[in-house]
Design a protein around this ligand. Sequence first.
Ligand code: DI6
Ligand code: FE
Length: 402
Amino acid sequence: MTTTLWRNARLVTLAGPSGWGLIERGAIVVDGATIAWAGVEADRPDTLAIDADIDLGGALVTPGLVDCHTHLIYGGQRANEFEQRLEGASYEDIARAGGGIRSTVAATRAASDATLFASARDRALALMAEGVTTLEIKSGYGLSAEHEARCLAVARQLGRELALTVRTTCLSAHALPPEYAGRADDYIDAVCAWLPALHEAKLVDAVDAFCERIAFSVAQTRRVFEAARTLGLPVKLHAEQLSDSGGAALAAEFGALSCEHLEHLGDGGVRAMARAGSVAVLLPGAFYFLRETQAPPVAALRTAGVPIAIATDHNPGSSPTLSPLLMLSMACTFFRLTPEESLRGMTMNAARALGLADRGRLVAGQRADFAAWNIDHPNELSYWFGSNPCRRVVVGGVERQA
Ligand code: DI6
Ligand code: FE
């Protein structure tokens, strides 16, 4: 294994429970794919034999970004619905009229594997250009055993072919496919029945559902979660995005890794999440694009000690963004997170939302995933918007080529 010294850096370690953990004149020793040591360069223990030495030119270095909630794999796009919404239709109106998620399902089913892969690859590359080193990808636009498997396989292929970690989430309970119209319970039975085969094929790292009045009920979501539990798969949930449906409390009952969106989360849901240790994944891109006005209860989440993560929620209907950095900015402007909370939300807390304890901070023992930025202070990551100061990215100890 090669041991590399990454020197002449200003490290944003996020090592403690709060604060940036800034180390001036810092260095990182990487052994294989793991951080062996991080600290002030002058204090580097001479017991660590170094094979290679790389000068980071005084750059500010943070943990690699973790985008813990995306729907990256789909056919087509929905700019026409954006126009309809500008003319007054609501997201829910469009969904009820058979558009929305279901129109993307039709386009996804019609797309070849190669087309799905090529379009998702371009999107992943855009996220990676802004420092993303770990990416969650949900299914949910196939909505049949065959097409869900195809989409999850494309996600796996991205993980093999690109220099980042991909975690897959099965979101088959995303919307009711047309062939099950009026038979939501039968569709949930079908989802529960195909989950074991997807798991057997090693296509699923976690299970998600959309619990909402335009999607699936708490009782239906519970059945999906029971199927996941039987297979030993962790769960997460799209909860309280458009209304307070009680999804977060249900997810907490199943020890969910995370609940996501949460604009309409009430006090009971906050308490349940705190007890379960679930992460609150906030998605300012969807809030912005759907022109929501009710922000998630950030103050209550903070007081209850619920970890907060931020993600792009990239999808063609409610958050067609490929800029994780813009989400950091919006998390501050719309949701009043501090820049430090935003960065923790797209590093260590996002990793936790994926069940990954091995990344998200620059400390010994963590995976060597980090990004070097052309900025003076980490608060600038939430300050600039529409520009990209990312200069270099290291994934598992290896520098990613631009
Ligand atoms: N909530 C969302 O915001 C996305 N999925 C979900 O459950 C939207 C997906 C879409 O409109 O295509
Ligand atoms: Fe989503």
